[in-house]
Design a protein around this ligand. Structure first.
Ligand SMILES: [Mg+2]
Length: 211
């Protein structure tokens, strides 16, 4: 029997991959302003590999944790450097959190956002204010916990609002990590491409999870 959580997670990764493909040039242009202009290519490549690997998964017997473990391995294989280990660790953390879970309730969006943010932060040893994807993941995960407690009816509105504000805030930050750190102060005025793709991922999650 198909696990409904597995079905929505497969849908989520398919949406993310389609978005990265559609936004590939846009993301690479953003990266070109402060980096090496490969971010769109990298993300499209990584999520295409994830979808191919998930296509080989036996969806009838797979558990939610299997989806994330498969995604982690495929993303890391396809994207060796920079973003690769970060998202791979986010997916791995999500898989660990979902071990033993086979229902929609345990694979909740708040759990996934929290695991992703924690896994990326741990691998990158990063924090907020450094002009990276964490300026989106961390506030989105935090907003998810608050929304869950106070306004579950407005969950995605609150999460997406936090993610959008986080991405926009990177524009006025100085890059201190990765290749963008080399341009230093000149990175001010440019939005971080990794923050923009993180926002796109969370938007895709919202579309898959919204009732
Ligand atoms: Mg780059």
């Amino acid at each position: 029997m198909h696990d409904p959580a597995v079905r929505s997670l497969l849908d989520m990764f398919a949406r993310i991959a389609a978005t990265m493909e559609a936004e590939r040039d846009h993301l690479s242009d953003l990266d070109g302003a402060i980096g090496d202009a490969d971010h769109g290519m990298t993300m499209a490549l990584g999520f295409r590999a994830v979808v191919v690997a998930l296509g080989r998964l036996d969806a009838a017997s797979a558990k939610p944790a299997d989806v994330f473990r498969t995604a982690a391995g495929a993303f890391l294989d396809a994207v060796g450097a920079s973003t690769g280990p970060l998202y791979a660790n986010g997916f791995l953390r999500a898989a660990q959190r979902l071990d033993g879970c086979d229902g929609l309730d345990c694979a909740s969006a708040a759990t996934l956002l929290d695991a992703m943010a924690a896994g990326i932060a741990q691998r990158g040893k990063g924090s907020r204010g450094e002009k990276t994807m964490l300026d989106v993941w961390l506030p989105a995960a935090e907003a998810a916990q608050h929304a869950l407690a106070d306004r579950p009816d407005r969950f995605w509105t609150i999460v997406l609002d936090a993610a959008e504000r986080g991405a926009a805030a990177t524009r006025s930050m100085v890059a201190v990590r990765g290749r963008a750190a080399r341009v230093g102060e000149r990175s001010i005025g440019h939005i971080d491409p990794g923050a923009v793709s993180a926002l796109m991922i969370i938007r895709a999650m919202a579309e898959s999870f919204k009732p």
